[in-house]
Design a protein around this ligand. Structure first.
Ligand code: HEC
Length: 388
């Protein structure tokens, strides 16, 4: 017998679940508080028999979950309505439906983390590898087919003899006195020791980092991450006006881009002159492009007989006196700029192709409004006219 050792408690084993429930009831009615039950599997009704109140862990989850939701909403209210209000997709600054995902995430995050944290820190503590019940005959039997109960020596009512007699009176199979282990055999596995190791490593690595990188290591230049540079949304120190780049000098033209001087004018007083002669090739190009881009609305012969009848306003004929009196530059201007409902074709048709189309429109106009001189000419040199 180890009578000089400190007693942890007295354990008793029972044969059936009914007996252990009965024993737990009697022990709790007898006024013992510091006792526990060990069974090979969960026994229903044990909480009630031991008069254990429901765990308060759920309250931690509830409170921290609500705190997470409130925090998320507050954060998004501050960021999206106060600090940096920005219209996104036409939604109000405080757009609750759009905020739900973040709110949900933060609710779950805080609720779960705090539940685990509270479980370890407040309610159940870290596992104890040196628990007195470990490696006892009692623990072996209740891990198999017996049901056990331990009344701990820390209970105010504890007395070695009376507790043993009491447990025997409950028809325990046998009772066993459990002692604290004599010494800590493997301190390295103790949670406290592991925490100590973690604390030491944090202090050592933190200290080393600080010493080497901040105290000892002085670089002769700025790290790239610290150098002056342009940061979006922040004034830059590079120029006095806070901008990071200079705006181009007025009148600067991007490479490969020739500006159109009469852009946006509805009735330009001045227009460009036609740089292309109506050669056979140029007119052939103009005809091809006219058929691609103009015939859907203006018709094959520019009569304004749109194929899009009913879907788009019909254009006027280009054989009117008005259209015939347009200068080449004016027709070029209408193609480039559009006119009223007719959209601009500047992005579809190149400058040279636009001039070619102008030449072809001239061909159509002359063909429909031929003068007597034209007719005589045609008779003379049949087949040599340009509008063939
Ligand atoms: C989507 C249909 C559509 C296409 C394609 C279209 N136009 Fe037009 N165009 C119109 C309409 C409609 C008008 C009349 C605009 C107005 O109310 O001033 C018009 C007007 C014009 C006029 C001025 C006529 C006038 O008397 O004021 C010219 C010139 C002209 N178009 C040339 C062209 C050329 C050349 C093309 C091919 C590059 C072309 N259009 C392609 C619909 C079109």
């Amino acid at each position: 017998m180890h009578n000089d050792k400190k007693i942890y408690g007295i354990a008793a084993t029972f044969k059936t679940p009914d007996e252990i429930i009965n024993a737990a009831k009697k022990v709790s009615s007898a006024g013992y508080i510091q006792y526990d039950v060990n069974t090979p599997y969960p026994v229903h009704g044990m909480d009630a028999a031991m008069k254990i109140k429901p765990s308060k862990l759920g309250f931690v989850t509830l409170v921290m979950g609500l705190a997470g939701a409130a925090l998320a909403l507050l954060m998004m209210y501050y960021m999206m309505s106060v600090d940096y209000p920005m219209v996104i997709g036409g939604k109000p600054f405080f757009a609750l439906p759009a905020f739900i995902p973040v709110t949900f995430e933060l609710t779950v995050l805080l609720a779960t983390l705090s539940t685990v944290g509270a479980m370890i820190a407040l309610f159940f503590r870290l596992p104890d590898n040196q628990h007195p019940l470990h490696d006892t005959a009692y623990m072996k039997s209740v891990s198999g087919d017996k049901f056990g109960l331990v009344i701990e020596a820390s209970d105010v009512k504890f007395d070695e003899k009376s507790v043993t007699d009491f447990l025997k009176s409950l028809h325990a199979l046998n009772t066993e006195i459990i002692y604290y282990p004599e010494e800590v055999a493997y301190p390295i596995f103790q949670p406290k020791f592991i925490m100590f190791l973690i604390a030491i490593s944090v202090v050592v690595s933190g200290g080393t980092y600080f010493m080497l990188n901040k105290l000892v290591y002085m670089t002769p230049f700025n790290w790239m991450m610290d150098q002056d540079k342009l940061t979006p949304q922040k004034p830059s120190e590079l120029f006095a006006d806070g901008r990071g780049m200079r705006t181009p000098v007025e009148g600067t033209v991007a490479q490969g881009f020739i500006p159109y001087p009469y852009k946006g004018q509805t009735n330009p007083t001045e227009v460009l002159a036609n740089p292309f002669l109506p050669t056979k090739e140029n007119i052939a190009l103009g005809k091809a492009k006219y058929f691609t881009y103009c015939t859907p609305c203006h018709g094959d012969f520019a009569d304004g007989d749109s194929r899009l009848r009913g879907q788009f306003p019909n254009p006027p004929t280009l054989h009117s006196k008005r259209a015939r009196d347009f200068s080449d530059g004016m027709i070029y201007h209408i193609i480039t700029n559009g006119q009223n409902v007719m959209p601009s074709y500047a992005s579809q048709i190149t400058r040279d192709e636009r001039w070619a189309i102008v030449n072809y429109v001239r061909v159509l106009q002359r063909a429909k409004n031929a003068s007597d001189a034209d007719l005589i000419d045609m008779n003379k040199e049949a087949g040599s006219n340009v509008a063939n």
